[in-house]
Each structure stands twice: as structure tokens, then as C-alpha cells.
Design a protein around this ligand. Structure first.
Ligand code: FAD
Length: 453
């Protein structure tokens, strides 16, 4: 075959990319194509933080392709129509694409297959590009997906995984029109968070090797320490596919040890949520396990949570970190989500939407299903537990440094007193809101609602 197309989606990388490898193996020349899809924008999914990271990722992908004699071809419009058009313009016989998991990706795949087949072309879909193990590859005896993580992990951990594919030496690209690379500002209106990380494969690889060298061995003891900030921060690179999860897994397993074991387990959570969403696409917006919740409406409480002004310092620190960096520590995500859905008893969908508006790694599978996990409507096997932000703060921010970093009003309070500023003598109390809710009242309200259900 003379020409094939590698249609990039959430796999914006050259290393370990079966889509690019497949297209290169099939033809003499390859069109590395990215379509800035109107549909994604119309679905409200393109926000300034992810747009900026995406623009970085595309720029680095283009750079990498140029170093190998090619370049990235960019089009705007409907991904299906534009891909079919590029195929017609270049006479491509095949389009290679990563299998997706969301309802949106499935529809795109079906429409693309139909459009290409009408013109006598083929769609080749590659599994295990966005996840280590493809959704649906592991199933229990009695159902179409795993609903509980531990048995899933036992199977997942035993799966044979390919060695990462090398970066192709050269990528010959035919003559074809390309639009300019998008910028963050051209993709989404609004200002990104000031502390947003930069995207791209080269930056992801640097982060992976620096973090692995410095922190992986201690991951099992340091990951939950909010102030230590010792987790990998690889989530946005994995979300956009600047790094391959298979490659990240490979690197961790090669190093080995208890830190690597715990880290590998986290990577499995990512696959786990993807296989739940693939089997139950509605779980992106509907309760996975309905509990007949009649969520409260309390705009003032929701606004206080969003603004990081609940009066609970560790919650507020986390919410301000999210706004500032477009990212939040994983342990903190769990406790602010529990606070919103259980202590305040507000709908998880509102919290998840706020996260998606800001998170640079914001992702249908991981975000929505982690929110459901925290709300007790998802796959948590202990859906009734309520995380107490004070206990959590004492355990995971023992010295109070995380709070002091993100809540400047409290920066002058020494030690763990920072977690309960309302207990300071009145004269020493900072200009900071009192607690929005009594924790015991909040927990009682939640349990009463769930018991009624
Ligand atoms: P590390 O601790 O270094 O873990 C390594 C990788 O494992 C992560 O990059 C991530 O890809 C994966 N991982 C870790 N924990 C989880 C988990 N619980 N579920 C799925 N994958 C996991 N993650 C997202 O990628 N996108 C989201 O939109 C997202 N929303 C979340 C919302 C809530 C309410 C909660 C509780 C968690 C959410 N997570 C999400 C999962 C997790 O918090 C982040 O992936 C992690 O904190 C990212 O930081 P890291 O890369 O330093 O993680």
C-alpha cells in the first residue's frame, strides 16, 4: 500500500504507539493526522487547562515527527468527515486508530468505519493503546466486566503485557495540506491555571525518568503524604497519551520493589475504571449503583466548596491547589469528594463537573468513576464510610505544611493547630471562614438519607 493514516486521539506519542506502528507497517508513507474535533468542543470538554496541555502535546508530537522526516497534519472539523477527506486526498487505503472506551469514542469509531468502507477503505482499530489491558479482555465468570477492584487486579497483574515499541526511525509523510498547529487560546476561551504543567511526550519522558529515579522506591510510604507531593504527577501525560501506560508499567516493573508494586496497583485502577466505563457508558453521568439519593440543593455550600472556603483547612487547601495548578493530589481528591457528597450531601455530578472544568488530567473514566467511588454510588465496597477531614488532615498532613502552602491566611499558624483555626483564642484567629458544617451533623444526615433509601 502506498499511503495509510495514523489518526491520533489520546495517544499523542511516538514511543510505544501501536497505531503509528500499524500505519507504518501497512504502507510506504503515513499521514500522522490529528483532527481538532468540533464535537469534543461542543460536548463542553475543551477547557483552558486541557487545551493548553493538548497544544503543548501536539507541538511536541510535530517536533518529534519532523526529526524523523515527517510532520503532524492538522485539520479542524468533524473527525470522521475530515479523516475521510484526507484519505480521499492522499489515496490512503487504511486508517489506524486506538480503540476508545467512552460512548463518544465508540460512536466516532462506528461512523468512521462506515464512512471509510463506503469509499473502499479500511479502519484498523488497535487495542491496548490507551490502557495496558483492553477493556473487556478480562471478565469474571458471571458478568461482562469487573465491578470490584481487587479480583480485577489479581487477574490484571498476571496478564502478559507486550514490551514497549520503540520510536520509529523515520516517518515518511506524503504531500498533504495541513492547518497550523492549534494554540491553547485557539482551542478554548479563558485563562489556564497559573501553575499548570506543560504537556508533551518529551516532557512526560523527562518527568517519568526523574520521578522514577527519585521517588518510585518510596512510593508505598510517601504517596499519601500531602505535603511531600511525592506522587508521579504523570496523570495528564497518561490522559493525553504523551506516555504509554504500558511503557510506564514496564519501567516500574523493571525497577521493582514495594514502591513499584504500589505504583503498579495505581496504574491498574486506571484500567479498572476504563473497563467499567466501557461496559457501562451511562456511568459517566448516572449512578453505577443507585442508592435512591435525594441530594440537597445548597448553592452557597457548593460555592464555598469550589472556592476553597469551607472552613476546613485541608479541604480548602486542596480546592485551591486544583484552581492554581489544574491538578490535585490523589488523597486530597478523595477527601474533598467525600466532603462534598457525604458531609455536605451534594450531588457527585456537580463536583465531577467542577473537577472536569479544571483538571488537566480530567477524564470521563477516571473522574466520573472515582467520584462515584467517593460518593458510594460506584464500585467502593464500603459505600457508607464518611471520611472525616480532621482525621484525614492529621494522618496525611501531620505537620500542616500542605495547608500552609495553599491557604495563605493560615500560613502563620504553627504545627497542627492549623487544621482547626476556630479553636485558637479569638485574638489570634485569622481572617478565615468558620466551619461550614458540623462534621457529626453532616455524617448523621448522610447516614439517615442512605438508611431511608
Ligand atoms: P500517582 O499516585 O503517581 O499514580 C500513578 C498513576 O496511576 C496516575 O497518574 C493515574 O493514571 C493512575 N491512578 C492513580 N490513582 C488512580 C485512581 N484512583 N483511579 C484511576 N487511576 C489512578 N485521575 C485521572 O487521571 N483523571 C481524573 O479526572 C481523575 N479524577 C479523580 C477524581 C476523584 C474524585 C478522585 C478521588 C480521583 C481522581 N483521579 C483521576 C485519580 C487519581 O486521583 C489521579 O489519577 C492521581 O491523583 C494523579 O496523580 P499522579 O499522577 O501523581 O498519581
Amino acid at each position: 500500500m502506498d499511503v495509510s493514516i495514523a489518526l491520533f486521539t489520546a495517544d499523542l506519542r511516538l514511543r510505544d504507539n501501536p497505531v503509528l506502528r500499524g500505519a507504518l507497517d501497512a504502507a510506504r508513507r503515513v499521514v500522522p493526522l490529528f483532527v481538532v474535533d468540533q464535537g469534543v468542543a461542543e460536548a463542553g470538554f475543551v477547557v483552558p487547562n486541557r487545551a493548553a496541555f493538548l497544544a503543548d502535546a501536539l507541538a511536541q508530537l510535530d517536533e518529534g515527527l519532523r526529526e524523523r522526516g515527517g510532520r503532524l497534519v492538522v485539520r479542524h472539523g468533524d473527525a470522521v468527515a475530515e479523516t475521510a477527506r484526507v484519505a480521499a486526498e492522499t489515496g490512503a487505503g487504511e486508517v489506524h486508530l486506538a480503540a476508545g472506551v467512552s460512548a463518544f469514542a465508540n460512536r466516532r469509531e462506528q461512523r468512521l468505519r462506515a464512512a471509510l468502507e463506503r469509499d473502499g477503505r479500511a479502519l484498523r482499530v488497535h487495542d491496548a493503546v490507551l490502557t495496558v489491558v483492553p477493556p473487556g479482555a478480562l471478565v469474571p465468570a458471571d458478568r461482562d466486566h469487573f465491578a470490584v477492584f481487587t479480583p480485577y487486579f489479581r487477574r490484571w497483574d498476571r496478564e502478559r503485557v507486550r514490551d514497549p515499541l520503540p520510536v520509529p526511525r523515520s516517518v515518511p509523510v506524503p504531500e498533504v495540506r495541513s492547518e497550523p498547529l492549534p494554540t491553547g487560546a485557539s482551542l478554548a476561551k479563558g485563562t489556564p491555571s497559573p501553575g499548570l504543567p506543560r504537556g508533551g511526550e518529551a516532557r512526560g519522558r523527562r518527568r517519568l525518568s526523574a520521578w522514577t529515579g527519585r521517588h518510585l522506591d518510596d512510593y508505598h510510604t510517601a504517596a499519601d503524604d500531602l505535603a511531600a507531593d511525592a506522587t508521579s504527577r504523570l496523570s495528564p501525560f497518561l490522559h493525553f497519551g504523551c506516555l504509554s501506560p504500558t511503557d510506564v508499567l514496564y519501567q516500574a516493573r523493571r525497577r521493582g520493589g514495594p514502591g513499584a508494586d504500589d505504583f503498579v496497583r495505581q496504574l491498574a485502577w486506571r484500567d479498572f475504571h476504563h473497563q467499567v466505563l466501557a461496559a457501562r457508558p451511562a456511568a459517566g453521568h448516572r449512578d453505577y449503583r443507585p442508592r435512591n439519593d435525594r441530594w440537597r440543593h445548597d448553592q452557597a455550600a457548593f460555592d464555598a466548596w469550589r472556592a476553597g472556603r469551607t472552613g476546613y483547612p485541608v479541604v480548602d487547601a486542596a480546592m485551591r491547589q486544583l484552581r492554581h495548578e489544574g491538578w490535585m493530589h490523589g488523597r486530597a481528591r478523595l477527601l474533598v469528594a467525600s466532603f462534598l457528597t457525604k458531609t455536605l450531601y451534594l450531588d457527585w455530578r456537580a463536583g465531577a463537573r467542577h473537577f472536569l472544568d479544571l483538571l488537566v488530567d480530567g477524564d470521563m473514566a477516571n473522574n466520573q468513576l472515582n467520584w462515584q467511588w467517593a460518593a458510594g454510588t460506584g464500585t467502593d465496597t464500603r459505600p457508607g464510610r464518611v471520611l472525616n477531614p480532621l482525621t484525614q488532615a492529621r494522618r496525611f498532613d501531620a505537620a500542616g505544611d500542605y495547608v500552609r502552602r495553599w491557604v495563605p491566611e493560615l500560613a502563620g499558624i504553627r504545627g497542627r493547630a492549623v487544621h482547626q483555626p476556630w479553636r485558637l483564642p479569638e485574638a489570634e484567629r485569622p481572617d478565615y471562614p468558620p466551619p461550614l458544617v458540623d462534621l457529626a451533623d453532616g455524617a448523621r444526615r448522610f447516614h439517615a438519607a442512605r438508611d431511608r433509601a
